[in-house]
Design a protein around this ligand. Sequence first.
Ligand code: RIB
Ligand code: CA
Length: 318
Amino acid sequence: MTIPVIIDCDPGIDDVMALTLAFAHPELDIKLITTEPGNQTQAKTIHNALAFTSYMKKDIEIARGLDNPFFRQLEIADEVHGDNGLGDVHFPEPTIQLSNRTAIEAMKETLLSSDEQIVLIATGPLTNVGALLLAHPEIKSKIKYISYMGGAAVGGNMTPTTEFNVYVDPHAADIVFRSGIPIIMSGLDVTHKAYVTKEELNRIEAIGSDFAQKVVQMLRFYVHAAKQTAFHEDGFENHIRLHDLCAVSYVLTPELFEGDDCYVAVELEGKLTTGTTVVDYAQRTGLPHNVKVLHTVHREKFVEQFLSAVQTMSRQIG
Ligand code: RIB
Ligand code: CA
């Protein structure tokens, strides 16, 4: 049984790890990949999506999303993901051409033409998804759920209370969280536990393929950068957090995760807190649950799943 998915991303080092897992599992029927700026500018995230998907020898439509957040000035994470967005690791020039459909057109048409509901995997700012919902609300019933890397019940990696993806475009995130579409939120609460260690990096390196080397180079850049920046998170040195991987892993193996059904809303007016995902764990608002907030992952199995994906893709691309 295959699961039809659309992947919306801002590649981005951990976005590429998420794509690796998705590409390695044929049970995910990837209908479309859409990109937006976030970790890097739109031009670079598009290039990275095209180049990586080409390198992985996957023939999947890739469509350009919106160039900027709804209202906020775009802030990118080049300190963490590097000048090219992939930790200065370069892939061969893409052989896939960018779709002549925009992301919004492609998502709308893919969803409406599907005879089954599609899972939307989102690993960047929610600009595209928010715009899709505003422009074409009729597609809501065609989305089974959104598996989203973003937000946090506690803490943040951009401000004390905001996670990067929601921080970049909180207004789009607000549209999505109020949409009524079920959301599985892989926020920092779970992604901080979804890490590989330096020893596990060495296991990836031992695979010995060109792709494995690129994965290790990207993740070693990611660690180095995180130590130097405002993104620095305690213990990052040996906890290389594969945030976006959670959003794909959950679709493949939800049994690796635990979470709570909660009411979650996005703060839009706080001087210090705009972009915060306010998670009502204790049901204080009495408002209906709209999000499953993940808080636990079986890390060892999660890591084995990723290492196996790197091995699989190394064999496939030769
Ligand atoms: O906060 C982590 C998120 O921000 C990940 O999606 C990472 O790729 C960056 O976009
Ligand atoms: Ca991302």
